[in-house]
Design a protein around this ligand. Structure first.
Ligand SMILES: [Zn+2]
Length: 612
């Protein structure tokens, strides 16, 4: 494995928080009306360069030796050892790198059981003799076999520690087979509260699916359950189901084998690295139709798998895929998975960005289950699940963050992609209307970035607030082609890689030649909305930033009467001559997610339209 740049963790934090809340996955939970319970926490951690080809051992060493920063947490429930095993690159994870998963699972919907094995091929980055394999209770590992020898296994909650027969030498490649069985956790509210989904279609026929982002793929198959390590060479997914059903998993279908016992095995093959939470079972009475898209990287196959009785509805609704691909390739660069194709697969849950097999459950309606999250009406011109989940093929699947705490990279860009799609359809002003409209969903309940290393998720604000942060950075870049170059550059630079949020921040700052340190800190690490305090007296306008992190000095376009000017406020008072007499005539362009407050008055949102 190659190391790209220096690896390291500058700081780690021990932050405690109430873990009762569950927040969104690939689709915004804020839109479901489920209340978020959370407490403010403030964890600052910076991670340096780490690619999919991880410098695992160095990260581990740094994590263990870095000083603990101040803790700003209000809740008291500590994270557990299990959280750390799940969310960190512990010693039994750090020395090896997954190169291939060969997964075989037989699903019996009659008794909700699974049985199968995963052959895990890995490369030793350094010598090691104990491996952590994750498989969540109540599933049971029956045996782990390597080169014909059964290995010793020790269980610690959902982590299973396997002792190799012989210590691995650095650089060595090997495979071990993990055999398992049991009844996986059944999803209670997928995709947010996920697991195995055993549903029925409207004709009462079985409909099997999986959805397990954040919860973890180990809820149904044995894996190294971290976003930080993807199988470099891809994955086989061979799913056996009752032969009345068709399974559609990720990648391409290689074979269909009927068995004498009334079951059929569908062998799917993914050639590219894949997040383990994207690996999916979808088994139902599907119909199929396909097509070809001529895109930036050539010929892309499109395959659509609606329920058989939804074929006509799907043929109509899925016409949105081509303009979506055109818009996103324009803004983000080539679709990342030409080798594995593009698919939409109808699911009993709302949706999920399952790589090269997007889960679709929006009932062939426009908007988000028929609703517009922006409140502008613009969101009803397209199907939220097609647009949002497909955006994750670039943001989340190709460019993947190493730690769930950096999920903002996935969701902020996916939210922002919705506004770019609106822009592709209706022009730039409409795109701005959309993203500004989604501010209604911002809660500022707690920071978008929670603690690292414990598989924690930040606030659901990672969707609308993150999208608005990106929209605001576009204003600061002030050059649409340069901005598009940055978005495409991120996808080119980090194509098919695991990255940290810090890498993404740094890339945008370097390419834009802007110091965005305080902008990212403000919006990702605090719940404060920057507020421009101002006063008008004797022909002088004075103003300063309040409710901001130190060093916040973002320039804004301000409306003073009938004209717009650029202000460069800092946290110290500045002033300029003005003709204004009425504070109500002072405003800031709405493209900036900030507030204004007359001295001694109440804050109000920025709402001016200064134009381009
Ligand atoms: Zn999403």
């Amino acid at each position: 494995m190659q190391v790209a740049g220096g690896c390291g963790i500058d700081a780690t934090g021990r932050v405690t928080t109430d873990r009762d809340y569950r927040i969104p996955l690939s689709v915004p939970l804020y839109a479901t009306g489920v209340a978020l319970i959370g407490s403010v926490l403030f964890a600052m951690e910076k991670r340096d360069v780490m690619t999919r080809r991880l410098c695992l051992s160095l990260l581990l060493f740094t994590a263990m030796t870095a000083p603990a920063p101040p803790v700003h947490a209000q809740a008291t429930k500590p994270y557990t050892r299990a959280d750390t095993l799940r969310g960190s690159l512990g010693p039994a994870r750090a020395w090896w790198d997954v190169t291939f998963y060969d997964l075989h699972v037989r699903v019996a919907p009659a008794d909700s059981s699974v049985i199968g094995y995963d052959a895990i091929t890995y490369r030793a980055l350094e010598p090691g003799d104990e491996m952590q394999i994750d498989l969540q209770a109540p599933l049971q590992i029956d045996s782990v076999v390597q080169a014909g020898r059964r290995l010793e296994v020790r269980r610690d909650g959902n982590a299973w520690f396997v002792t190799l027969a012989e210590p691995a030498a650095a650089g060595e490649m090997a495979t071990l087979g993990v055999h398992y069985h049991g009844k996986p956790r059944i999803a209670t509210n997928p995709p947010w509260d996920g697991g195995l989904i055993l549903a029925q279609d409207s004709l009462g026929r079985p409909w099997i699916a999986t959805a397990n982002q954040a919860l973890g793929a180990s809820v149904w198959w044995p894996t190294k359950d971290t976003q930080a390590d993807e199988p470099d060479d891809g994955q086989r997914i061979a799913i056996t189901v009752p032969d009345s059903l068709v399974d559609v998993s990720n990648g391409r279908l290689r074979s269909v084998v009927n068995h004498d016992d009334g079951t059929t095995t569908y062998e799917w093959y993914v050639e590219s690295p894949i997040n383990n939470y994207d690996v999916a079972i979808n088994a139902a009475h599907y119909a199929h139709f396909g097509g070809i898209y001529h895109g930036e990287s050539g010929v892309l196959t499109l395959d659509f798998w609606p329920l058989d009785y939804h074929l006509d509805a799907a043929r109509e609704q899925f016409r949105q895929v081509r303009p979506m691909l055109g818009c996103f390739e324009h803004w983000f660069g080539p679709y990342p998975w030409y080798r594995d194709g593009f698919k939409l697969v109808e699911t009993p849950h709302l949706g999920m960005e399952h790589q090269s097999a997007i889960a679709y459950g929006n009932h062939y309606r426009q908007g988000y289950l028929g609703r517009d999250l922006s409140g502008t009406g613009l969101g009803l011109d397209w199907d939220f699940i097609i647009i949002h989940e497909s955006a994750h093929e670039w943001w989340g699947n190709s460019l993947t963050t190493a730690d769930l705490a950096d999920m903002w990279v996935h969701e902020s860009f996916a939210n922002y992609a919705e506004s770019l799609y609106t822009e592709c359809m209706h022009g730039e002003a409409a795109g701005a209307d959309y993203v500004v409209g989604t501010r209604a969903g911002i809660r500022n309940d707690r920071p978008i970035i929670p603690e690292y290393g414990v598989n924690a998720e930040g606030s659901g604000d990672m969707y609308p607030k993150g999208g608005n942060m990106l929209h605001m950075i576009r204003q600061l870049v002030d050059d649409d082609e340069a901005w598009r170059g940055i978005l495409r550059g991120l996808n080119r630079e980090f194509r098919h890689q695991v990255v940290t949020g810090s890498q993404v921040r740094r890339y945008i700052a370097e390419r834009s030649e802007l110091d965005l340190t305080s902008v990212f800190q403000q919006y990702l690490e605090t719940t404060m909305v920057p507020t421009l305090e101002f006063g008008i007296e004797d022909g002088t306008l004075r103003y300063r930033w309040t409710d901001v992190v130190p060093g916040f000095d973002v320039p804004v376009e301000a409306m003073t009467g009938d004209r717009c000017v650029v202000l460069r406020p800092t946290t110290d008072w500045r002033s300029m001559p003005t003709d204004l007499g009425d504070p109500a005539q002072f405003d800031i362009d709405r493209d900036y997610y900030v507030r204004i407050r007359p001295e001694g008055g109440e804050p109000r949102p920025a709402s001016a339209s200064c134009g381009d």
